[in-house]
Design a protein around this ligand. Structure first.
Ligand SMILES: [Zn+2]
Length: 133
């Protein structure tokens, strides 16, 4: 199980910029990198269109999501996580997030009004240590 995610300050700034640019809607994207032991190392945060474009939920545009997965695969990388933003609430999984996370194995990074936090689902929500590199 993943218990730590490492992400560059450049990618953190990029996600923060996505949050601002898509207000009042949620922004989303994928985190591409590698899993080393129990650490997810993010090499690139890639914004993906929110196909739902709502204030309370998101859906990665299927075609862009597939293209991102394909590109990662080609470069020997994987999608280690998904990010989305909470433009008007804290970086805590919403009820909708909790239900959706149960079907996912990757790390969920949430950027809220109070900063960023990361989670995984393992019989419940577990907070993952977020390290800026
Ligand atoms: Zn959410």
């Amino acid at each position: 199980m993943i218990n730590e995610i490492k992400i560059s300050s450049r990618d953190i700034e990029l996600i923060q910029a996505e949050l601002e640019a898509n207000k009042p809607f949620e922004a989303c994207g994928v985190l591409i990198g590698t899993i080393i032991g129990s650490t997810a190392l993010v090499e690139k945060a890639l914004p993906v269109t929110n196909a739902k474009r709502t204030r309370r939920s998101f859906e990665l545009d299927p075609k862009e999501h597939y293209n991102a997965w394909n590109e990662a695969e080609k470069n020997g990388r994987e999608i280690v996580g998904v990010f989305h933003t909470h433009p008007v609430s804290s970086a805590v999984p919403s009820l909708w997030d909790r239900e959706t996370m149960q079907n996912e194995t990757s790390v969920w990074l949430i950027a809220g009004v109070d900063g960023m936090r990361a989670y995984v689902w393992e019989n419940g929500i577990i907070t993952v240590k977020l390290t800026e590199i």
